[in-house]
Design a protein around this ligand. Structure first.
Ligand code: DOR
Ligand code: ZN
Ligand code: ZN
Length: 421
């Protein structure tokens, strides 16, 4: 199969080419129009290395009413993702090889995007005892995380980094000092005062970012910071990188697209953890992406059922259903506004996550898996949660006009999603 006349996003630039795919791999990169044989005409379309989302919540096992591995997989390929990594805050928690194997198996049964489980750092995410890391690694976990929580005990976190590194795994840290958050549901600032909703300060996030950096520095081990939302957190990571700490970081489209103004009318769809912050933070997150402080874009896809979300703000679940809007929001907010180039966006959405987790793929080159995301960058569309294939319709972006539409998603040379005409 040949993907013909595409604008292909290579690491060093976008060039018109034909991609010859054989045996699930990119067999040959040919000049535009050079390839003969059966082909898919990609004229006018842009071919990215398949997007990789290293931070999603699939809710299975245990919360299948919110999302299943199958519906999450459908949502992933519709959003252009060829590989996704799912967080362990399921029921039971992914804290042992049995649950990890189950997720891998269900991912294969869904047969769409490649699904990689992330193991919990502690048993049951209770923050008391390290989980059995070796067995989980053998079962296919690609990282460890306590996402949804911070491992409060610093000594336990240090041990987690040490054990993780023995198994060539990284810890992905959700940074939140629970004593400071103290039940806060939004960012503490003008809009928390206006609404009377309980606020949470930047320091609640920054203190743990700083702690994880200190641990990584003192142990000489890598650490990855999840969903950075504060200007001060970006600065902590920038300074740590400058002195050689092996810290990497991610952010999500909502942190560079929205501010806490989105909660002024008590829209629970804008309730997310960490919370949407101020314009100063939004700009710093974008700047962090631009200057390399923030390595990658993830969705933190957090699908919730109507019954968990459409309730009084203080009681609503935290999270945004993100897989089907991430690419368009990122393209619209970052590329069209000259924060990143198209190659820069591919770095943040494909190459960097592959590198951080040691996954195969993430770039277009001969011999790489034929994981491709084919998009129409000129197409303008309006976000309509009713059209999401994810069970989670919870998005604060409903009605927003965006650019960049995923037309086709190819995994190991097979078309897993194609937009209906
Ligand atoms: O908003 C969030 N939702 N933040 C998290 O850390 C967890 C996630 C979830 O699991 O719903
Ligand atoms: Zn988190
Ligand atoms: Zn998360």
């Amino acid at each position: 199969m040949i993907f013909k006349n595409a604008d292909v996003v290579f690491e060093d630039g976008v060039r018109r080419a034909d991609l010859l795919v054989e045996g699930g791999k990119i067999a040959k990169i040919l000049g535009a129009g050079e390839g003969g044989g059966p082909f898919i005409d990609c004229t006018g379309l842009t071919v990215f290395p398949g997007f990789i989302d290293m931070h999603v919540h699939l809710r299975e096992p245990g919360f299948e009413y919110k999302e299943t591995i199958e519906t999450g997989s459908m949502s992933a390929v519709k959003g252009g993702f060829t590989q996704i990594c799912c967080m362990p805050n399921t029921k039971p928690v992914i804290d042992n090889k049995v649950v990890a194997r189950y997720v891998v198996m269900r991912g294969k049964e869904a047969g769409l995007a490649k699904i990689h489980p992330i193991g919990a750092i502690t048993e049951g995410q209770r923050g008391e005892t390290l989980s059995a890391i070796g067995g989980m690694k053998a079962a296919g976990v690609v990282a460890l995380s306590e996402d949804g929580k911070t491992v409060a005990n610093t000594k336990l976190m240090a041990n987690a980094m040490l054990y993780a590194s023995d198994f060539s795994l990284k810890c992905l840290c959700h940074c939140e000092d629970a004593s400071l958050v103290d039940g806060g549901v939004v960012h503490e600032g003008y809009y928390s005062t206006l609404t009377g909703l309980k606020g949470s300060v930047r320091a609640a996030e920054d203190i743990v970012i700083a702690r994880e950096i200190c641990l990584a520095e003192s142990l000489g081990l890598p650490v990855h910071i999840c969903h950075v939302s504060t200007y001060s957190g970006v600065q902590l990571i920038r300074e740590a990188k400058a002195r050689g700490v092996a810290v990497t970081a991610e952010t999500c489209p909502h942190y560079f697209t929205l501010t806490d103004e989105a909660i002024k009318d008590f829209d629970p769809n804008a309730k997310v953890n960490p919370p949407l912050r101020e314009e100063r933070d939004r700009l710093a997150v974008a700047e962090g992406l631009k200057d390399g402080t923030i390595d990658c874009i993830v969705t933190d896809h957090a699908p919730h059922h109507e019954d968990d979300k459409n309730v009084e703000f203080a009681y609503a679940a935290f999270g945004i259903s993100g897989l089907e809007t991430s690419f368009a929001l990122s393209y619209t907010e970052l590329v069209k506004k000259n924060v990143l180039t198209i190659c820069g966006l591919a770095e943040k959405m494909s190459a960097a996550p592959a590198r951080i987790l040691g996954l195969e793929g993430g770039r277009i080159a001969e011999g790489m898996p034929a994981d491709l995301t084919i998009a129409d960058l000129g197409e303008k569309w309006t976000v309509d949660p009713a059209k999401f294939v994810s069970k989670g319709k919870n998005t604060p972006f409903g009605g927003r006009e965006v650019y960049g539409r995923v037309k086709m998603t190819v995994v190991d040379g097979e078309i897993k999603y194609r937009e209906e005409l």
